[in-house]
Design a protein around this ligand. Sequence first.
Ligand SMILES: Cc1cc2nc3c(=O)[nH]c(=O)nc-3n(C[C@H](O)[C@H](O)[C@H](O)COP(=O)(O)OP(=O)(O)OC[C@H]3O[C@@H](n4cnc5c(N)ncnc54)[C@H](O)[C@@H]3O)c2cc1C
Length: 256
Amino acid sequence: MSLPTLNDTPARHRIERLRHEIRRRELTVTAREQLSPRMLRFTLSSPDLHDFLSAGVDDHVKLFFDTPEGPVMRDFTPRAYDNAACTLVLDFALHDHGPAADWARKAQVGSVLSIGGPRGSLVVTDDFDWYLLIADSTGLPSIGRRLESLRESVPVTTLVLLDSADDAQAIATRADWTPHWLARDAGEGDDATRLLAALRALEWPQGDGYVWIAAEAGVAKALRAHVLEERGHYPQWMRAAGYWLKGEAGAHETLG
Ligand SMILES: Cc1cc2nc3c(=O)[nH]c(=O)nc-3n(C[C@H](O)[C@H](O)[C@H](O)COP(=O)(O)OP(=O)(O)OC[C@H]3O[C@@H](n4cnc5c(N)ncnc54)[C@H](O)[C@@H]3O)c2cc1C
């Protein structure tokens, strides 16, 4: 199928980019929760969070880590925040090794973490007829935030690839949520093959839909190509990002 002819249809929905002043904040861990075998949740506190702002559900903050090779930064989603309580919640999908994953494994109440941002936000007005959210576990924090914020009864389908089914999450939402959890340890094929097969099997709903994709960069590219080329979806009504790159430390890619 070819791309839809560009007309003014995509302008029916308001998607706004906001810029914020970058601030660096020093935070202290005040709670650590093992959400599931491969997902750790930290609540971090600091009086500096009284004016923290994250306007988009797929915003990111930079986390700063000191390593033997020097300082490095990693992107993480503000899963939740509370200005009055001066807290920020971050969820870490644990993988084998890296400064962020290593910090999360070791951090305890009292550990400190330096963050910067968010520098910008993409704010999607919640007036689409349906939502389709596709990710691996690194995109689950943003999916959780979006599910919590979507309006009552709006259909939302999630397709999330986890290491194992034990990492599935219960998320409170008013939306009409259909979750599909895929587990790497149950089934054949690599991430792209598994997610593409599940995506192909989905019935595409009627009406205007917003599609969001976050996964390993090569996987996100393959999913994005399917949505645009095989489903003929408007590029303006989707966002795809490589949240990490196989074999490369600290890498990510915005695909549009
Ligand atoms: C906008 C944005 C928001 C993000 N939000 C979150 C979030 O809220 N929670 C979260 O957990 N992650 C999130 N990520 C992904 C996270 O930034 C990356 O996984 C990051 O590489 C982890 O850093 P690290 O120091 O642990 O590993 P790195 O030092 O970056 O990587 C070390 C090695 O591990 C591999 N690797 C990195 N991540 C993974 C993974 N998830 N699974 C398997 N192998 C991996 C790399 O390819 C590399 O070979 C987000 C990314 C972006 C771009």
